[in-house]
Design a protein around this ligand. Structure first.
Ligand SMILES: Cc1cc2nc3c(=O)[nH]c(=O)nc-3n(C[C@H](O)[C@H](O)[C@H](O)COP(=O)(O)OP(=O)(O)OC[C@H]3O[C@@H](n4cnc5c(N)ncnc54)[C@H](O)[C@@H]3O)c2cc1C
Length: 476
């Protein structure tokens, strides 16, 4: 009898509760379980992984995200959580990326090795070599400092100690750049749109803002990060990482509940006390970590918050809820797609950049549902390096498009519109055939165009359980 009561209490009370089993929730939960805490991880969707998950689609494995992992690989998480034992293997990707611009000019490959990259620039953009050397001198120490700072809990004293240990190397660039816009910072180093633009696409544009936005200057370190870290992709897709994290968590005694959305986070007597689930039941814990959208966490979920949290809450209440600002298409293709005129296959991600003015215009168009005629593209064929992702004789083609609206004004989120300007699709591609998905496939099938026989778009559930927009090429 006593044992049964204890068992019941154990099922409703935990040392720690983590809300959201995306990559960050999984890492947090696995560390806590490894430290011996009785930990519950709650996930709204039927499977873990959130944006970093992979899905099966038309006989292939596709990633919700682009799946170029870099900063994660600079952390000790893989070793700490023994992820190799739980199936995680990385394939290095070098060149880390290939960069070009819609306005033309030679494409160039950015390698992990700085000198190899400079040789490539000397061949393709000789006028940019001096600027790249100046950039690397300032940005590489700054990138190293930022990555090292991220290994410790953030505190002013800790950051100061780290900077002093480094004799302040990297600090001047961080201090100067963080006050300026990324366009200003990179504009001081580069002039050619194929060198300037891709650095801004990988910087502020992937955050959904104009590169002229003040205080986005640290977004300019993305080229440097590719020299400091080792870019790679998990064998089997991005979901192989989240699956290894899940296994590590369970191995250390953690408890996972999927299809279990949290409705509220409750507080009692100035402290968090647990969570309320969709069925109305309550699970208690003195520690609740939300690894979900912070605005939703603070504004919608927190019940009876302590008075001390009032300022924090009003800051979040004042923020506009953010919508998605990019689209991703995955296609199973029977022939390798190529960017017209490119010497490179799409094994590494290729970034196609608009001009800086166009990027700024893209951010201005977004709230009204507009898209550039020639938007920023990030594309790759992950099955070149990892054939296990595609059915025999096929490849997986991944295309990310920035900035695209989450919805058109007045339309629901899943509204598939011919939003202004998708004709880049027709113009941009050399002849290739994109295969049909199998009949009855739940994914949406859309459009034929001059260059593709059929393109199938996987509807993307965002972490909030809403649909991310699907880019709809204009049918011919
Ligand atoms: C198109 C695209 C491309 C990207 N490309 C890259 C890339 O190349 N490299 C890279 O490093 N990063 C990339 N990213 C970013 C990266 O994928 C994310 O930063 C990362 O996956 C976020 O993880 P997270 O755990 O913080 O959040 P999420 O993945 O958003 O996870 C949140 C989880 O919480 C769950 N949840 C939501 N509400 C509830 C609720 N009420 N109760 C319980 N659970 C709930 C969700 O279902 C989800 O599983 C990309 C992102 C996108 C969208």
């Amino acid at each position: 009898m006593i044992e049964a009561t204890e068992e019941r209490e154990r099922a409703h009370h935990y040392d720690a509760i983590i809300v959201g089993a995306g990559h960050n929730g999984l890492v947090t939960a696995a560390y806590l379980a490894r430290a011996g805490l009785h930990t519950l991880l709650l996930e709204a969707r039927a499977a873990v992984g959130g944006t970093a998950a992979s899905e099966r689609f038309a006989g292939a494995t596709v990633n919700i995200c682009n799946c170029d992992h870099l900063t994660f690989r600079t952390t000790p998480v893989t070793e700490d959580l023994d992820l190799a034992r739980f199936g995680l293997r990385y394939l290095d990707v070098d060149p880390a990326q290939v960069a070009t611009a819609w306005s033309g000019g030679p494409e160039w490959a950015q390698y992990r090795d700085i000198e190899q990259t400079i040789e490539e620039l000397a061949r393709t953009h000789p006028g940019e070599v001096d600027g790249y050397r100046r950039y690397v001198r300032a940005a590489v120490p700054a990138a190293r400092l930022i990555l090292d700072a991220a290994q410790e809990p953030p505190s002013a004293a800790g950051l100061t100690r780290l900077a002093l240990r480094r004799r302040l190397v990297g600090v001047p660039a961080i201090a100067r750049w963080s006050r300026r816009s990324a366009a200003d910072v990179l504009g001081e180093h580069f002039t050619h749109p194929a060198v300037l633009g891709p650095g801004l696409v990988a910087g502020p544009m992937v955050w959904g803002v104009s590169p002229h936005t003040p205080r986005t200057g640290l977004g300019a370190i993305t080229y440097a990060l590719r020299h400091v870290g080792r870019l790679g992709r998990p064998t089997g897709g991005s979901g192989a990482l989240t699956e290894a994290l899940r296994r590590s968590f369970l191995h250390h005694g953690g408890e996972l509940r999927t299809s279990c959305p949290v409705e509220a986070i409750s507080c009692r007597a100035d402290r968090v006390s647990g969570v309320v689930l969709a069925d109305g039941s309550e699970v208690t814990s003195p520690i609740v970590v939300s690894a979900c959208d912070p605005r939703r966490t603070f504004v919608r979920w927190l019940r009876s918050p302590p008075a001390a949290a009032a300022r924090l809450l009003s800051r979040w209440q004042a923020k506009r809820p953010g919508d998605g600002y990019e689209s991703k298409i995955d296609a199973v293709v029977s022939r390798l797609p190529r960017w017209r005129g490119s010497a490179h296959d799409l094994g590494s991600t290729m970034i196609v950049a608009p001009s800086v003015d166009e990027m700024h215009r893209a951010a201005a168009l977004l709230p009204a549902g507009g898209v550039l005629e020639r938007p920023a593209l990030l594309m790759n064929v992950p099955s070149i390096a990892d054939p296990s992702l595609a059915p025999a004789g096929h490849h997986v083609f991944s295309l990310e498009v920035l900035l695209t609206p989450y919805r058109r004004p007045g339309a629901g989120p899943a509204h598939r519109s011919r939003t202004a300007g998708w004709s880049w699709w027709r113009r941009g591609w050399s002849r290739g055939s994109l295969t049909r998905s199998s009949p009855g496939d739940p994914s949406r099938r859309i459009s034929t165009s001059a260059t593709s026989t059929c393109l199938t778009v996987t509807p993307r559930a965002s972490p909030a359980g809403r649909w991310l927009p699907c880019a709809t090429p204009i049918p011919s």
